[in-house]
Design a protein around this ligand. Structure first.
Ligand code: SF4
Length: 511
């Protein structure tokens, strides 16, 4: 049972699970063993979590449909699977979150459900592709930095159901050596590029020799200053973070460097504090011991972390183990993952209410990658809002669209973060998922309802904006309240009492 003072989520003991009851600790802690024994089928999944015959057949149906689209939809490392409740349909949730309205957050992230087949006409598959910005494996959106795609998405240790990349889980995508070489060549020939994000898929799931080659080639480029490595390995396969791997990164990134040292940063992806375990903390410590810092991108996911306390706990706990929360990203509008989108105004409300209640360094920036390029668009609520003077954030409910201005001045009119559906489609979708889950009130997709002519009717979020008053925030975040209902003690006002206690404390006795 999770308690409020806990930092680490307790995974299930693997030897209590039938499928792995004979596994030795050596095998369990071996990354190769984990990969070889990853869950790829419903048959295996049924041995790890409780599924009714109907739920199992619905997941099977979903997997078959996704496979027929050329996708590889299921891979879960045994380690990551132990973070799931044994009954993910009735998870134990922390204070404030109603378990009957939730499914296990790791389940939502790793097991495709019939929800992935809903709303097929909304969301733009390939919206992130922007092929015209690429040369080989290099993809440039900003003047001084680019992403180097070094791995296929099918290389990821565990597959995320909500993956934002259009080519994710698409078995046909391959990153050849020639593509990588073209990307390296481009970085070397563009002197504006001083930062590179080495990514995929997962940058740490490529072969050691390819990783070494790429980092050594980057080390030769004089104008390059920083190398960022994008990986979810610490979260889904922490045993793969070894000193040997980190030595290789440390040495290779500066092997042929003549100038200033190139700094290496790790960029990871944690969405829920159930992913923050002792094993993750050990991996993080190893990474930090080699002198690398770690930053995290969280995706704001309806049904997973769209809750004030969940976000606060996730950001705080990752900071407490040495990871800096860096972005809270709006979920992308891709086909099959529309049910994961939380409306922008809800995200803004959470960000506004977290201000001051968790420290500034634990607050990520809230941003969206809007379709059509232009990079990240910040969605931060401001304490100095000169627009809509007199109304607060909760009142500024954009029904469904906004004008968006990108960093390079591009204006996107009527940008919609949510998917669209007719009322019939929406109601049918909820029915499908209510049947799958076995109760109502869990599956609540946020979509723009339109009529048969495509005209806006309403947003299904309309009446469900969260109201988080002071008292509730305090209780959710585990603060004690004082006289004026604020969890702040003003020491100057209780000096006499403190003096007396101080006189009896170990500090006075030491003098
Ligand atoms: S690890 Fe990243 S790239 Fe791979 S499936 Fe998950 S979100 Fe997508």
């Amino acid at each position: 049972m999770e308690t409020d003072n806990q930092i680490f989520h307790e995974p299930r003991a693997y030897d209590s699970i039938d499928l792995w009851k004979d596994v030795t600790p050596e095998q369990w802690n071996d990354a190769a063993w984990q990969m070889k024994h990853s869950i790829r089928s419903v048959e295996q999944l049924k041995k790890v979590i409780k599924l009714s015959a109907f739920q199992a057949s619905e997941i099977e149906r979903t997997l078959a449909a996704l496979r027929s689209q050329g996708k590889e939809p299921l891979r879960i490392t045994p380690y990551y699977a132990t973070l799931m409740d044994s009954d993910p349909f009735h998870p134990i949730m922390p204070m404030g979150e109603k378990p009957k309205k939730r499914l296990d957050p790791i389940f939502w992230q790793s097991v495709p459900t019939p929800a992935n087949l809903l709303f097929p006409d909304t969301g733009v598959e390939g919206a992130m592709a922007e092929g015209s910005r690429s040369y080989g494996a290099a993809y440039q959106r900003y003047p001084n930095r680019l992403a180097l795609f070094v791995a296929e998405n099918t290389s990821c240790a565990s597959y995320c159901v909500h993956c934002q990349r259009a080519k994710s889980l698409d078995g046909s995508v391959d990153v050849s050596r020639t593509e990588v070489d073209k990307g390296l060549f481009y970085i070397g020939s563009n002197r504006n590029i001083n930062e590179v994000l080495v990514t995929g898929g997962d940058a740490l799931m490529i072969s050691r020799s390819r990783l070494q080659y790429i980092l050594e080639e980057l080390s030769r480029i004089p104008h390059l200053r920083a190398i960022r490595i994008a990986t979810r390995v610490p979260v889904v396969l922490p045993m793969a973070i070894t000193d040997e791997l980190l030595d290789l990164i440390e040495i290779s990134a500066n092997r042929y460097n003549n100038g200033a040292e190139k700094y290496v940063y790790f960029m990871t992806h944690i969405n829920h504090y159930h992913e923050i375990t002792k094993d993750l903390a050990v991996a993080v410590k190893k990474i930090r011991k080699h002198g690398f810092t770690i930053r995290n991108q969280t995706v704001l996911l309806n049904h997973v972390n769209d809750y004030y306390k969940t976000l606060a706990e996730t950001f705080r706990r990752m900071f407490w183990i040495g990871i800096h929360p860096y972005y809270l990203l709006q979920c992308h509008k891709e086909r099959g993952i529309v049910h994961f989108i939380t409306p922008v105004q809800v995200g803004k409300i959470y960000m506004k209410h977290l201000q001051g209640w968790i420290s500034g360094v634990t607050m990520p920036r809230y941003a969206a990658n809007v379709e059509g390029g232009g990079g990240k668009v910040l969605l931060m609520p401001s304490g100095h809002d000169t627009f809509n003077v007199g109304s607060n954030n909760e009142d500024q409910i954009s029904e469904s669209y906004a004008t968006v201005t990108t960093w390079d001045g591009k204006e996107l009119f009527n940008y919609e973060a949510l998917g669209r559906a007719t009322r019939e489609e929406f109601e049918a979708a909820v029915k499908v998922m209510d049947e799958f889950i076995g109760r109502k009130g869990v599956f609540l997709p946020k979509v723009i309802l339109v009529d048969q002519d495509g005209k806006h009717i309403e947003t299904t979020n309309r009446l469900k904006l969260p109201i988080i008053e002071k008292l509730k925030k305090s209780a959710l975040l585990g603060y004690d309240l004082f006289d004026n209902e604020m969890p702040i003690t003003n020491p100057a006002e209780i000096t006499n009492r403190l003096d007396e206690q101080f006189r009896n404390s170990k500090y006075s006795k030491q003098q």
